[in-house]
Design a protein around this ligand. Structure first.
Ligand code: COA
Length: 201
């Protein structure tokens, strides 16, 4: 992907959503979004993203997202000048999750967060559509992701967003995020132009 190109969806006016690459100086803010949403999950009785549930601790999250920002793979959704959410889209996944053939035909979504203050506006759906636009631009057919294995409400969210459960990767000892969801790129409306860019590395 080119470093410079942002993908505007709407303009940066109040009430319209802009999806653009995350900047280095936004890493702390993305960590804050992660911590806040983890607290929200715990309050719901979920162990998703907690270290007790074998989730990444915040330092590991910061390291992974910091590297993704450097590669141009992390995006933010900005609404009225405020960062409302984030998504990382690349071609990487743990080896035990997707097969090499599945990886070869897909972008992989990671670290999708929408701040609870912006819930209910389907910003996550827009971020997933953005992942589809990136996939389409690289001639790939699928958007794939792994979701927390035990969080059924999260699975329902992805089903509602048009994804299907491909399988639960196993055994569970491999990690806590093994519910593999996928959606074909051609099931999204193709109104957004496919941007020509080098393949996502
Ligand atoms: C998933 C997410 C990005 C979706 O953002 P969005 O499209 O703007 O949707 P909302 O935040 O309005 O959530 C939609 C519904 O899904 C539910 N939901 C979202 N993530 C959930 C989760 N991890 N666990 C349980 N329920 C979840 C919300 O409670 C909401 O339910 P409701 O309609 O009954 O109120 C956002 O909800 C989020 O950051 N969730 C927590 C972090 C997360 O799980 N990220 C995905 C990791 S694979």
């Amino acid at each position: 992907m080119t470093r410079a190109a942002a993908v505007p969806i709407g303009t940066a006016q109040p009430g319209t959503l802009l999806i653009r690459r995350a900047r280095r100086d936004e890493l702390a803010l993305l960590c804050l979004l992660r911590l806040r949403r983890t607290r929200w999950l715990v309050a719901r009785g979920e162990d998703q993203w907690t270290t007790a549930g074998r989730g990444l601790d915040i330092e590991a999250f910061a390291g992974a997202v910091g590297r993704a920002i450097e590669r141009g793979h992390t995006w933010v959704a900005e609404l009225g000048g405020e960062v409302a959410g984030t998504i990382t889209v690349d071609r990487r996944a743990d080896r035990h999750l997707w097969s090499p053939a599945e990886l070869a035909e897909a972008v992989i979504v990671h670290f999708m967060i929408v701040d609870a203050a912006f819930a209910g506006r389907r910003i996550g759906h827009r971020l997933l559509a953005h992942a589809a636009t990136l996939a389409r631009g690289d001639g790939l057919d699928w958007v794939r992701l792994d979701a927390w294995t035990t969080n059924r409400a999260l699975h329902a969210y992805y089903r509602n967003a048009g994804f299907r459960l491909a399988r639960i990767a196993g055994p569970a000892t491999l990690g806590p995020s093994c519910a593999l969801f996928e959606r074909r790129v051609d099931t999204w409306p193709s109104a957004l132009p496919a941007l020509r860019r080098p393949a996502i590395g």
